[in-house]
Design a protein around this ligand. Structure first.
Ligand code: C5P
Length: 215
């Protein structure tokens, strides 16, 4: 049975860094599932389709070419907002489900990060982490990342975007963002990357040993 590590949480919580570092540590493949929704959102924008149209959105998800995931534009603020709007459609989520489940089901294990990995994609995952941080700290991290990529965007705009995206992702009907009942919460507000990775590793080690993690 593959050992599946599910890492969920809101935007810029540090979940991507933690997930990719866990994957490197254990030698497992890693899937950033946010990129799937970002790619669907960008495909819709480029085709001048309405992001709120469930039929067009599902069709774009079914036609998704995995080569599109390498597009650097997916890392930008426009793609993040487009992803969140398309991710609300149940048809889009259904179209992307199988691909994620197949990814999770590989020996000797896999790491996936997103919003619904521990609740919908891999509810039987061996280790589940829900990574959070305050909206202000997340906005600061995302603002630094976006400006380093050359985007001209202000901190208040990024904070607004993050708050709006959190509300939309947590409030939607289809696979809302929320911790799985058996997920371990990891708050990275006051942690640097090394400390966050170390805490995540201890959570996974506890799961491997069949123990309940105690912070
Ligand atoms: O993680 P990232 O910020 O790249 O995700 C972009 C958007 O994609 C999220 O705001 C969310 O709406 C959507 N998403 C999702 N389910 C996932 C991963 C991402 O709904 N598993």
């Amino acid at each position: 049975m593959p050992f599946v590590i599910a890492v969920d949480g809101p935007a810029a919580s540090g979940k991507g860094t933690v997930a990719s570092r866990l994957a490197a540590l254990y030698g497992y493949p890693y899937l950033d599932t946010g990129l799937l929704y970002r790619a669907v959102g960008m495909a819709l924008l480029r085709a001048h389709h309405d992001l709120d149209d469930p039929i067009a959105a599902e069709a774009a998800a079914r036609l998704l070419d995995l080569k599109a995931l390498a597009d650097p534009a997916l890392r930008g603020a426009v793609a993040g907002e487009a992803a969140s709007r398309t991710a609300r459609h149940a048809g889009v989520r259904a179209a992307l489900l199988e691909l994620q489940r197949v990814f999770a089901d590989q020996e000797p294990g896999a790491v996936l990060d997103g919003r619904d990995i521990g609740t919908v994609i891999a509810p039987g995952a061996d280790a589940k982490l829900y990574v959070t941080a305050s909206p202000e700290v997340r906005a600061e991290r995302r603002w630094k990342q976006l400006t380093a990529q050359g985007e001209d965007i202000s901190y208040p705009t990024v904070l607004d975007d993050i708050r709006r995206r959190d509300a939309r992702d947590a409030g939607r009907d289809a696979a809302p963002m929320k911790p799985a009942p058996d997920a371990v919460l990891l708050d990275t507000t006051d942690l640097d990357i090394e400390a966050a990775t170390d805490a995540a590793r201890r959570i996974v080690e506890a799961a491997r040993a069949g123990r309940v993690f105690r912070p």
